[in-house]
Design a protein around this ligand. Structure first.
Ligand code: KIV
Ligand code: NA
Length: 264
């Protein structure tokens, strides 16, 4: 299998082949994910919670992201390597460019992800202008948890839903290669997925998205209070590689997410 690229991912959307994304933070898991057919490995700033033990992603630094992304990129053969820009590392287009360059040059990321809608349009344009592929993360934005007052569903109100869809279109227009939706009602995620040409990956965003992502530790069943939209795949005496494979097949075959993991 050849390396997944922005081109192959867009083709997968067109051909309605579901895109499988999963997080990893080190070489050992990165290798297993790559071998089991995960299309995109996300080095998420969720590492602040699952690796570092913090209650939020806010303490994660660019140095942390560079270290963990490098360990995964060193072993990923076919997956596209996507790295999060952490909290306060993209407060201007120039700063975003500088930190993205580090993730690509020092850690060999293929794409970066940032949280935010319309306010990030200038930054996405700047990254695009300089050849940095970007994924824009909409809906629940965990880096803003203290501003939001908790982790909760986003886009239930008509005005917020409308704004989210407008933001997705604006980000695509600015050059974003992928949209990620976290914790949004299934109907809104479906509308956004239909409205944009770039792949839309969902987490707690229902079945209509072009792909799905989970936090590795949640789907391995070792997170103390995993979110309702996640699922453990470590059933029936599966090994870890078998659980990863089961997740890949469940996303590709459309059995994950099921009704119980979808939000309204
Ligand atoms: O950091 C992360 O793992 C993420 C996913 C939850 C999408 O951003
Ligand atoms: Na993240």
């Amino acid at each position: 299998v050849k390396r997944r690229t922005v081109t192959t991912l867009r083709k997968m959307k067109q051909e309605q082949e579901k895109i499988v994304m999963l997080t990893a933070y080190d070489a050992s898991f990165g290798r297993v994910l790559d071998e089991q057919g995960v299309d995109v490995i996300l080095i998420g700033d969720s590492l602040g919670m699952v690796i570092q033990g913090h209650p939020t992603t806010i303490p994660v630094t660019v140095e942390d992201m560079i270290y963990h992304t490098r360990t995964v990129a060193a072993v990923a053969q076919t997956a596209l390597v996507l790295a999060d820009l952490p909290f306060m590392s993209y407060t201007s287009p120039e700063m975003a460019l500088r930190n993205s360059a580090r993730l690509m040059q020092e850690s060999h990321a293929h794409m970066v992800k940032l949280e935010g809608g319309a306010p990030q349009v200038a930054t996405v344009k700047q990254l695009t202008h300089h050849g940095v592929p970007v994924c824009a993360h909409l809906g629940l934005q965990p880096q803003s948890v203290h501003k939001l007052g908790g982790y909760r569903v986003q886009g239930r109100e008509a005005a917020v839903a409308q704004q989210m869809q407008a933001d997705a279109l604006a980000l695509q227009e600015a050059g974003a290669d992928m949209i990620l939706l976290e914790c949004v009602p299934e109907t809104l995620a479906a509308a956004i997925t239909q409205a944009v040409e770039v792949p839309v990956i969902g987490i707690g965003a229902g079945r209509a998205c072009d792909g799905q992502v989970l936090v590795l530790h949640d789907m391995l069943g070792i997170t103390p209070r995993a979110p309702r939209f996640s699922q453990s795949f470590m059933q029936e005496g599966r090994t870890i590689p078998q659980a990863i494979r089961a997740y890949v097949e469940a996303v590709k075959g459309g059995s994950f997410p099921a009704d119980a993991q979808c939000l309204v």
